[in-house]
Design a protein around this ligand. Structure first.
Ligand code: HEC
Length: 163
């Protein structure tokens, strides 16, 4: 009886002394290491902040423009939707940016959505001018006006119409 009690006590001690969040290494050749918090911390830096979201927004902005010029409305709608997600993820990661983006999300995006739904190129072209101005408006609010968005001149991808 005594032996069982001592063994149980020892087992309890061992369980309590073991770190609840041990350092481990995962990923190819164990590149991601540390406690869970440390690993999450590393991952967040890899995901990046707002600039990383903006590089995606910028790609989609360009694709959106050419989709409209091609009158490929489904692709334009797709790009706008994906852009919205990228912006939302960016705001989740950097909540201090959200206030400057409120007008863009609440007013500018829906206006572009309406222009795309109208399937009318001149509506789209007009909306795109305002859209671009509003990208720059937020850059001014966020004190990065040196990042000037201009209407695309060249296609930046080989995605276009079915030939
Ligand atoms: C919330 C306001 C906001 C809106 C809306 C916004 N931007 Fe930005 N943008 C920023 C901020 C802030 C930065 C700088 C990010 C940083 O310093 O981390 C930036 C950076 C950028 C960059 C540079 C990214 C890099 O690191 O190379 C590009 C390109 C860009 N934005 C394009 C756009 C386009 C195109 C639109 C419109 C479709 C747009 N932005 C809308 C706030 C905004």
């Amino acid at each position: 009886m005594k032996i069982i009690a001592v063994t149980a006590l020892l087992a309890l001690l061992i369980i309590q002394c073991a770190p609840s969040d041990p350092e481990t290494s995962v990923g190819k050749e164990g590149w991601l290491s540390g406690t869970s918090d440390q690993k999450f911390e590393t991952i967040t830096t890899h995901i990046g902040g707002f600039a990383r979201a903006m590089t995606e927004v910028s790609y989609r902005y360009n694709q959106l423009y050419w989709a409209g010029e091609d009158e490929n409305w489904d692709y334009a709608a797709y790009q706008l939707e994906e852009m919205e997600e990228a912006l939302q993820d960016g705001f989740q990661r950097r909540p201090l940016r959200a206030a400057s983006g409120e007008h863009f999300m609440e007013v500018v995006m829906p206006e572009m959505e309406n222009a795309i739904s109208s399937r009318d190129k001149s509506n789209f072209d007009n909306a795109f001018e305002l859209f671009t101005a509003q990208c720059n408006n937020c850059h001014a609010l966020e004190e990065v006006s040196f990042i000037q968005v201009n209407k695309p001149i060249n296609r930046n991808s080989n995605i276009g119409l079915i030939q």
